[in-house]
Design a protein around this ligand. Structure first.
Ligand SMILES: *[C@@H]1O[C@H](CO)[C@@H](O)[C@H](O)[C@H]1NC(C)=O
Ligand SMILES: *[C@@H]1O[C@H](CO)[C@@H](O)[C@H](O)[C@H]1NC(C)=O
Ligand SMILES: *[C@@H]1O[C@H](CO)[C@@H](O)[C@H](O)[C@H]1NC(C)=O
Length: 618
């Protein structure tokens, strides 16, 4: 956001542009033929000094054997699914946040402001559900954001008298802003602006990191000084677009302060990922645990997406994204020993020990990598990093990665991870994926037992040293294996190479989101067919007479259901499925950026007037 201020020397931005131009010029013709998909629009590059390898991704994908007409029918089926879920909500939970699809009552888990309705507005617009949208507008017009309404069956924090900042921003504010951008209905922007103002007190901390919760009626905030990375660093997109759409400098200042705090922390740490736990007033991490799943996920996502939303002017966020992914690629990606499933692990404790656990929540990450590789000149961005400013560990990561065409490497990781996330679904009798799987990682070599697992980059290095023949480790074609282990089996076993640790499926979107981005960025029709398989499983296992229910055990079919229809099922899961099957590219990835609740916001560049008014230097 602070364009002139980066954690590295000022001359960087000039270097960056020069490197980018050279790189695009040198390699674009050379590489174009080797890169996947008809939708690739160029823009990637490669520093001429770096050794590189050609992408191990096939040059041509099979023809889509399913006709466009069939895809149209499938998209229409998703639209029917949305109507079914929304109708059930209105019929049995009108005036409440979410539907309990089995007991057919409502529950207020998110302020009691009808979250399912607000979260669904832009999906209605994309699906052309004009009647539903029109009927929602008068409710949105009259809703009182000062009043929190809980229900006895709600979760504990929604009965605490505070609106949770993060959830309120990504669902309500993101939903309103996106529906405004898609419809032009001024009412939606006015309500968004009003809501943003009511949430403002959350930012009243020394370094501008938001508090967990705000009471929008009184302005009181939760006292805790502890912050979770995902919750303190996932509001930049919403606040930036609000600043742009309403020309409000206060909104701009909030996000600018927040980004500067993150950039300062990154500068002090000299590279790597941000840990998951923070102290708000100090503006610094207080733990060393890393994750791309729970507690962290969208914070990593917003580094790249903030750069994209503001028309790629803001290189500070791009730098943080590069340093983050450098660490994820070299330290958190592992291969399972038999099936060679690529997975991203959390760490436990302070020593960067991998937990060897794949969370459903982390399955957005392949989509993020693919989005970055598709839209950003990663090799130029990498070349613009200054290794002398990095910690020894971050420099080690940098040196290791500098042997590779980073764009191809990110894309390969995306391919392998998305395949593992999909297999977690395709292996299950229900066809839907578990919340958490423990991954096989014990490697026995003779007498001694090595439990450290196989780092993906070690395998990739082996592949490179052996002349780069065959597919890159973890990216070869894999087939589902019908899953039979019980949750009580302690040890992940071959042939699956994992054991389901938490068998619930909460109607979550992350895997479908990544499948959608893989389809858009590679053009490989296999992703669409995989998504179709998942939609059929949803219809079979999760559909109820009044909506869709979460599942308790994906390892059975029919899977036992639980009494939950989260609003993100309508905002995200069904939206990404609809976009996946639509023949038309309704939300081009170079023109829109999805917030972490799948609400698309339009890419823009600051006008000269905005730069003057907000004090943006460039
Ligand atoms: C939620 O819906 C109820 C019933 O339509 C309405 O009375 C209330 O004002 C709505 N609240 C918000 C914040 O939209
Ligand atoms: C801009 O935002 C601030 C903080 O949210 C708010 O107090 C102020 O009224 C807004 N200004 C305008 C002109 O809407
Ligand atoms: C911000 O916090 C300070 C110290 O906690 C307090 O004195 C002040 O009133 C707060 N300001 C607002 C606008 O809430």
């Amino acid at each position: 956001m602070a364009f002139a201020q980066t954690m590295f020397p000022r001359s960087r931005s000039a270097r960056y542009i020069a490197a980018a131009c050279t790189a695009i010029f040198v390699v674009s013709t050379l590489y174009y033929l080797e890169l996947p998909g008809p939708q690739h629009t160029g823009g990637f590059g490669l520093d001429e000094h770096l050794p590189h390898w050609s992408a191990p991704i096939p040059t041509g994908y099979p023809q889509d054997e399913t006709s466009p007409l069939v895809w149209e029918t499938r998209a229409a089926q998703v639209k029917d699914a949305f109507r079914h879920a929304y109708r059930g909500y209105l019929q049995h939970a009108n005036g409440f946040d979410e539907l309990r699809p089995l007991s057919k009552v409502g529950v207020n888990n998110f302020n009691g402001w009808n979250v399912t309705m607000y979260d669904s507005l832009d999906t209605m617009l994309l699906m052309g559900l004009w009647d539903e949208f029109e009927a929602a507008l008068p409710v949105v017009a009259q809703g009182d954001f000062r009043l929190l309404r809980s229900t006895p069956n709600a979760n504990a924090w929604s009965r605490s008298g505070y609106a949770p900042f993060f959830e309120t921003v990504i669902r309500y504010l993101g939903g309103l802003l996106s529906a405004y951008a898609l419809s032009g209905e001024k009412l939606l922007l006015d309500r968004a602006s009003e809501l943003a103002t009511l949430l403002e007190p959350a930012f009243n901390t020394t370094k501008g990191l938001p508090r967990f919760g705000v009471n929008p009626g009184t302005g009181a905030v939760t006292p805790s000084q502890s912050g979770i990375l995902a919750e303190i660093a996932s509001c930049q997109l919403e606040w930036t677009y609000a600043a742009h759409a309403t020309a409000n400098k206060t909104h701009y200042d909030r996000v600018n302060t927040l980004i500067n705090t993150l950039a300062d922390a990154m500068e002090e740490r000299k590279g790597g990922m941000f840990p998951t736990n923070w102290h708000l007033s100090a503006g610094k991490p207080v733990s060393e645990s890393r994750s791309v799943g729970a507690a962290a996920d969208s914070a990593h996502e917003y580094l790249l997406k903030q750069y994209l939303l503001t028309g790629k002017q803001d290189i500070e966020n791009l730098e943080m994204y590069m340093l983050t992914t450098n660490e994820v690629l070299t330290r958190l990606l592992y291969l399972s020993p038999n099936r060679e499933l690529l997975y991203v692990s959390d760490t436990t404790g302070s020593k960067f020990t991998a937990a060897h656990r794949l969370e459903h929540l982390a399955c957005f990450f392949p989509g993020l990598l693919a989005l970055g590789a598709h839209t950003v000149d990663l090799n130029a961005a990498f070349a613009a990093l200054d290794p002398t400013k990095l910690s020894a560990e971050a420099r080690r990561q940098y040196t290791l990665l500098s042997q590779y065409d980073l764009r191809a490497l990110h894309m390969a990781a995306a391919e392998g991870l998305a395949t593992s996330c999909w297999l977690m679904y395709a292996d299950q009798p229900s066809g839907l994926g578990p919340e958490v799987a423990d991954m096989a990682h014990t490697v026995r070599d003779g007498s001694s037992k090595d439990t450290k697992g196989i780092l993906w980059m070690d395998a990739v290095e082996g592949w490179r040293n052996k002349g780069r023949t065959g597919p890159l480790p973890g990216t070869d074609e894999k087939k589902p294996i019908p899953y039979t282990l019980s949750e009580k089996e302690r040890t992940p076993q071959a042939p699956w190479d994992y054991v389901v640790r938490r068998a619930d499926y909460f109607l979550r979107p992350e895997t479908i989101e990544s499948i959608y981005i893989m389809w858009r960025t590679t053009g490989n029709p296999v992703w669409r067919e995989r998504g179709w398989g998942i939609f059929q499983a949803l219809e079979r296992e999760a559909k109820t007479p009044t909506g869709y229910a979460s599942l308790k055990k994906v390892t059975q079919s029919p899977a036992p259901q639980s009494d939950d229809q989260p609003s993100y099922f309508l905002a995200e899961t069904l939206k990404y499925l609809y976009l996946l099957f639509s023949n038309e590219d309704l939300v081009p990835l170079d023109k829109w950026v999805f917030n972490t609740e799948a609400h698309p916001l339009p890419v823009f560049t600051w006008s000269e007037w905005e730069k003057h008014k907000f004090g943006i230097s460039n």
